[in-house]
Each structure stands twice: as C-alpha cells, then as structure tokens.
Design a protein around this ligand. Structure first.
Ligand code: FE
Length: 172
C-alpha cells in the first residue's frame, strides 16, 4: 500500500469515528483543521501537518503521546516540515498557555482536561526553549487551526481532497 492509501485507511477506519470528548469526530476534526490551513494559504507541508496532526489518535495513542508517536510514524514518508509541527503541537498548547494571555480561555473543555496530563502550561524557561526549536511557530499555527476545527456545523472536504497534496510531499 502507498503512504496515501495507508493514511486514507486510517481516516476511513473506526479510529476516525471516535469523538474523544469533542463535538466532532477526530476524523472530521483533522479534515476541518487541514481545510482551515489550506484556506489560510499555508504552504503545503504545513497544510499536511495540520491535516495529520492527530494521526496518533487515529492510531490509538494516548493524549500525552499522540504528537510524538504520530510524528514518528509519519517520518517513514514525510520530512521534518510535516513531522515537526505534528510532534510539537501538544507542546504548542502548553506554550501558548504560558505566553498568550487569553489563550487558555479559548480552549475546549476537553483540551483543558487533557492539558494537565500533557504537563500543564510551560514555565517561562520551557517556553523560551520551545520557541527556539525549528518549526516551533509552525506548530503554533497548527495549534490555532486545531483549536478552531471543532465545529459541528462545518462539513469539511473528505480525505481524497488532500491526497494529491500529500502525495507530492512523500519522500521518493
Ligand atoms: Fe487536534
């Protein structure tokens, strides 16, 4: 199976139909997030990262592990411009809670609930170290689309809409 077929199967599978405490399924959430990044004119690796940011959840990883594990799995096909924002998107929530007044208030109840398991807001030292990482600001961008992509009124494009964009990013 190709990378796109393998990922497409996850989007079509039972893992994608789980709600994980949000008003939309995880599959819908990821597709909404990818569509938001695309509509914002993000470059292709960042659209892909946003679409795939919760791939670890589709593979049944826990809240604390899903960024790291998802990035690791995706790295068999994609470079760091895709995998690093995925890996760092959980940390980006902890970062934004530390540096941006008002960000915490934007989080869904479920995101607040998982925050403590993910380590809570960063300390100022942790936030400075995070900001210095390559792709940290891409991870912050993913995080903002992630937070907006929980709208039960929005029907996102289906997975095949993104297949060509993803396919062009797969390492040959
Ligand atoms: Fe998410």
């Amino acid at each position: 199976m190709t990378a796109i077929e393998t990922i497409g199967e996850l989007f079509a599978g039972p893992g994608a139909r789980a709600y994980l405490g949000e008003p939309v399924t995880i599959g819908t959430h990821m597709l909404q997030a990818g569509a938001l990044a695309e509509a914002a004119g993000a470059d292709r690796p960042l659209v892909a990262a946003t679409l795939l940011h919760d791939i670890g959840h589709l593979r049944k990883e826990t809240d604390a592990r899903h960024g790291e594990a998802g990035a690791q799995w995706l790295s068999q096909w994609f470079g760091e411009a895709v995998t690093e924002p995925v890996r760092l998107h959980v940390a980006a929530k902890r970062f934004l809670c530390a540096v941006e007044p008002g960000y915490f208030g934007l989080l869904s109840a479920e995101s607040v609930r998982t925050l403590s398991r993910q380590g809570g807001p960063m300390t100022p030292e942790e936030a400075a170290a995070f900001a210095a990482l390559p792709h940290a600001m891409d991870a912050v961008a993913v995080r903002r689309w992630d937070d907006q992509a929980k709208d039960p009124e929005v029907t996102p494009p289906s997975f095949p809409h993104f297949a060509e964009l993803l396919g062009a990013l797969v390492r040959s």
